[in-house]
Design a protein around this ligand. Structure first.
Ligand code: ADP
Length: 446
């Protein structure tokens, strides 16, 4: 097993990784920007190294600085967390070339799945149904117009290198196609340095259902069930739950089998997520994330498996200790992503936390970097806490979530807690009867 792991990330996920390491008797190295010198995971880590100024490109995306920190501290592995360098194949390769283990999939799998056009091709080859659309990139305006006729409306134009809900444009009629295609390309170039775009049917009322997978690269590949992430704003997840209220046992078993077959054929190593849109009983692949997901705790709560611990073990070359038959699902779990944003305008609200009281009690888990006196810096993602609850069934889980949100005190800045309180009181949410458009429609944004 590794003796020392460098955590190449910040915020709650850095803390989450530190916790798993400590429980495994592994030393931790925190790397941080000057803006994060007072972060909780920096305080708790065995060693800490400042790798640059606040801007992510100078610190958390600064590969030479991170590799230097790993070499200086003699870390034997690097965990990239989520976001930043977690899906950067070049970084994974460079880490391995330095004789350091990368806690994640092989650079090859990161590369293939990181390009959404290549990923859809790979999914098709592996027998996974995909959203109907262009077979590959759409390179000219003429091609876009021709394909639009075949695909029908509405349709969505997406960046091959897209992520984080960015790089997508919906066109609802022929007259909009040329402009949407051009804007999507320009935006993709600016945001991701790659103007490759593709097109697919824009589903009108799907749910976002994703399957958590885990492989050891030695022939064992299993899934830890699904998460329903349909409560979204701007294509980004706000609340997630496991299991999905929309699936029955047969549908669950079917998609699980399809996924297991595919990742076994890939020989996948590490944790990953296969994302689908689900409409009228049918699953359509949209992408695969070759990393830990923000919402991984809800799968941990229903399976009783620590995903970060498993990631670390697999990266150290240890085969999975369980097979699919050993995985059992217990109860229900929901996660609320609490962000440092105004609950109605979504304006970022960085600043000092004057009071902090996290909810607790049976079945309540808070993954958060916050503490009283901490200042939320303005430079990064606004996620400040994940409130995760577990209950014997969905109803118990909902009641627990309500009381945990009511207990939660984050003073000094505004957060989205009031929004979560309102969402979970709505009948469609209580009934589990919602699709990816429900939240924005309810908020009057659509
Ligand atoms: P990202 O990598 O940016 O998260 P995804 O491809 O995973 O992008 O899509 C994010 C979200 O965008 C989905 O959960 C869904 O809400 C919406 N979306 C993407 N593709 C489609 C589609 N073909 N039809 C309807 N909604 C879509």
């Amino acid at each position: 097993m590794f003796e020392k792991v460098l955590i190449a990330n910040r915020g709650e996920i850095a803390l989450r990784i530190h916790r798993a390491c400590k429980e495994m008797g592994i030393q931790t190295v925190a790397v941080h920007s000057t803006a994060d010198a007072d972060a909780m995971h920096v305080r708790l880590a065995d060693e800490a190294i400042c790798i640059g100024p606040p801007a992510p490109k100078d610190s958390y995306l600064n590969i030479p600085a991170i590799l230097t920190a790993a070499t200086l501290t003699r870390a034997d592995a690097i965990h990239p967390g989520v976001g930043f360098l977690s899906e950067n194949a070049r970084f994974a390769q460079m880490v391995e070339d330095h004789g350091i283990a990368f806690i994640g999939p092989t650079p090859h799998h990161i590369r293939v799945m990181g390009d959404k056009v290549a990923a859809k091709d790979e999914a098709k080859r592996l027998g996974i149904p995909v959203v109907p659309g262009s077979d590959g990139a759409v390179e000219t305006e003429e091609e876009a117009l021709k394909l639009a006729k075949e695909i029908g409306f509405p349709l969505i134009i997406k960046a091959a290198a897209g992520g984080g809900g960015r790089g997508m444009k919906v066109a609802s009629k022929m007259e909009e196609v040329a402009q949407a295609w051009a804007i999507c390309r320009t935006e993709a170039k600016a945001a991701f340095g790659d103007d490759t775009v593709y097109m697919e049917r824009y589903l009108s009322r799907p749910r976002h259902i994703e399957v958590q997978v885990l492989g050891d690269g030695k022939g064992s590949c299993i899934n830890l069930g699904e998460r329903d992430c349909s409560i979204q704003r701007r294509h980004q997840k706000v609340i997630e739950e496991a299991p999905s209220p929309a699936l029955n046992a047969t549908q669950r078993a079917q998609i699980g089998e399809t996924v297991n077959k595919a990742i076994s054929e890939m020989g996948y190593r590490g944790a990953g997520t296969i994302e689908f849109l689900y409409e009228d009983g049918e699953f359509f692949f949209i992408e695969m994330n070759t990393r830990l997901q923000v919402e991984h705790p809800i799968s941990e709560m229903v399976c009783g498996i620590d995903l970060v611990r498993e990631q670390i073990k697999v990266a150290a070359g240890i085969p999975l200790a369980f097979s699919q038959e050993d995985i059992t699902f217990n109860g229900h779990s929901i996660e609320c992503r609490v962000t440092a944003e105004h609950p109605e305008t979504f304006m970022p609200t960085p600043g000092k936390i004057t009071d902090y009281h996290a909810p607790g009690g049976l079945g309540v888990r808070v993954d958060s970097q916050l503490y009283s006196g901490y200042s939320v810096p303005p430079y990064y993602d606004s996620l400040v806490s994940k409130l995760v609850v577990h209950g014997a069934n969905r109803n118990e889980c909902l009641m627990r979530l309500k009381r945990a949100l009511d207990e939660y005190v984050i003073g000094g800045i505004q957060t989205t807690i009031p929004l979560h309180q309102k969402i979970i009181a709505q009948k469609p949410f209580i009934d589990g009867d919602y699709d990816i458009h429900w939240l924005e429609k309810w908020m009057g944004l659509k």
